[in-house]
Write a protein that binds this ligand. Structure first.
Ligand SMILES: [Fe+2]
Ligand SMILES: [Fe+2]
Length: 230
């Protein structure tokens, strides 16, 4: 049982006054709905952080492509377009939109980590421009110049996003607990799940884990055993 589930169950047996104190009838309704659909609970930060795990897997695929280009080895251009499409659809148009619509405004309103939020937003915007270039270059990879340009853009993307997501995981997301109530935190996780289902017509995370797995298999980096030192 996840901590959220155990917390919800605990809240469920509190006296009514206690329930009202932490958010009232909405929470009871939300809890009832979850039990009916039998869905797995994912808290707000777990949701965002596992999306970062998916982003990291694309960054690792990009690393492999960069290595192949620098070593003048072949790779299927499709792995670049598929990887960049995962970034566009799942990270830029979904995950970052959640951060921009639901997290960043709350931090600004609370006057917390505002300069970090400014930087993170600028990086989202810069990342979208780099993805535009990656998709354009990958669609016509003719010369070594094209391949070098692609490698530079992939490097720029990775250089920015590895620290970007690590900072969100270790600074921004933990701080969220301090600026919103436990009730708002739970309600936000539920809102994220509704947006996810509406955006992808189902569990977007599962759909995109399969897509990133396919890219890794095509690049030969799926089997984890190959990375264990001898
Ligand atoms: Fe972000
Ligand atoms: Fe993020």
């Amino acid at each position: 049982m996840s901590s959220v589930e155990s917390r919800r169950n605990f809240i469920g047996v509190l006296p009514i006054a206690g329930v009202i104190a932490v958010g009232g009838s909405h929470m009871l309704l939300a809890q009832g709905k979850k039990e009916k659909t039998g869905e797995q609970e994912v808290s707000t930060n777990e949701d965002l952080m596992r999306e970062h795990g998916l982003l990291k897997r694309v960054l690792l695929a990009y690393d492999e492509i960069i290595h192949r280009i620098r070593a003048k080895q072949e790779f299927a251009p499709r792995t670049v377009t598929d990887g960049a499409t995962i970034i566009r659809k799942f990270i830029e148009e979904y995950h970052e939109k959640l951060e921009e619509d639901h997290l960043f405004p709350r931090f600004r309103k609370a006057g917390k980590l505002v300069s970090l939020v400014d930087t993170l937003l600028k990086q989202h915007q810069a990342g979208r421009r780099v993805t535009d270039r990656i998709l354009a270059t990958a669609s016509s990879l003719k010369t070594q110049d094209d391949r070098s340009r692609l490698a530079s853009d992939l490097e720029a993307f990775n250089r920015m996003y590895a620290p970007h997501e690590a900072r969100e995981d270790t600074v921004l997301f933990p701080e969220l607990h301090k600026i919103i109530s436990p009730h708002e935190y739970d309600a936000l996780g539920e809102q994220f799940e509704r947006i996810e289902r509406k955006t992808f017509g189902g569990d977007g995370f599962d759909i995109y884990v399969d897509k990133v797995t396919a890219v890794e298999k095509q690049l030969g980096i799926y089997d984890l055993n190959q990375f264990t030192p001898k």
